[in-house]
Write a protein that binds this ligand. Sequence first.
Ligand code: ARG
Length: 465
Amino acid sequence: MTSKIWGGRFSAGPSSVMEEINVSIAFDQRLAKQDVRGSRAHCAMLVAQGIISKDDGEAIQGGLTRIEKDIAGGTMHFRRALEDVHMNIESRLSDLIGLPAGRLHTARSRNDQVATDFRMWVRAAIDTLDEELEKLQSVLMDKAESEAATIMPGFTHLQAAQPVTFGHHLMAYVEMFGRDRSRFKDARARLNECPLGAGAIAGTSFPIDRHLTAEKLDFDRPMANSMDAVSDRDFAIDFLAAAAVLATHMSRLAEEMVLWASAQFGFIAFTDAFSTGSSMMPQKRNPDAAELVRGKAGRVFGALTTLLTVMKGLPLTYSKDMQEDKEAVFGAFDTLELCLAATTGMIVDMKPRRDRMKASASAGFTTATDLADWVTRVLGVPFRESHHITGRIVALAEQKGCGLAQLPLADMQSVEPRITQDVFNVLTVEASAASRTSFGGTAPANVIAAVASGRERFLKKGRKS
Ligand code: ARG
């Protein structure tokens, strides 16, 4: 059987493999709500412009209301033979209301239709992710507040560098997720132009009002160029690029949770809710959720690469290759939602082991910079030289198998005779962290202030995590 929608010049139906490669309804039915909404706006505009009659317009809107209900109730029956979501809905409309259904596609093509539906879908996806990211930031800030004075080692090269506070470390991710939200927001602002009315490629000879359609669909304006409107997918690429950065951030946090939860670090413990056992080794508590958040980042990067590759060689305007855009975006969105839920859950669940963090913060001469700073500040020695003096003192402590705070004053004076007892005030990990009060520094007081300002900057008023 030929398609009743486009089969006019065809006499035979497609081969089964043609149908198999062409059909998109299995995934693009996720655009059904947007498709109906777009049709409603288009129909209202056609009536307002006197392009179709009021009666036909009412019949169409009535039919679309029923379809909307079926979609919401999950009772809409999508048929493979009808290829995609647009033709499924149009065909259902025609079953419901007969002839007037055929007038809906006046001055419209599936090319501008799909571009419009997809923009609306991505726009809603961004709004959803924004909510979920805000929630994640909120629980991170709650944790940061309760761990504002918890001392842990800060690492560079995964070597203990300087004592930091756990709250400060968590707040670093609050900033990253804040930028992720702003990247999505930028993408949303750029995508919010309406393709509908571009027709298949060239616009239309009907006296349509694209501004009205755009307004009805909450777009800022119609897209300026009909060829651009039907053929670009940069809005989806923008979305996936922001998604890839977010996935990177979640993956780094996940990697840290994996490290922290190991017996060797022992900085955090997950409850049973976020641990899994081993089928062979009874002692194991594995942080599988964190590993999967880390692992699933690959899917999101893959989606970005997929769409860039799909688009890079396409001449203007629409080519069917572009149907491949949807699964990449849907898949990335689903992955992000799951990873955000898991990350938020793990942050709430994790129990910091303050004793372990503090003990680890003291190992590895992490207050060496404090010693060098003291030599510069108190003795007026240029920092480069203080660095050298401190290096020799560290070597001495290493030889004696003790920490800097335990090294006798006499030993320090053997390297620099002017060092006094006062130096010990800066050599504890607590003193070190507390002294880092410069803007953006790790001091507990800074963390408390950062949490307060973070809540102001990132959370809707009255949000309680
Ligand atoms: N299912 C198609 C897609 O997702 C809709 C647009 C079809 N347009 C066309 N000229 N065949 O890209």
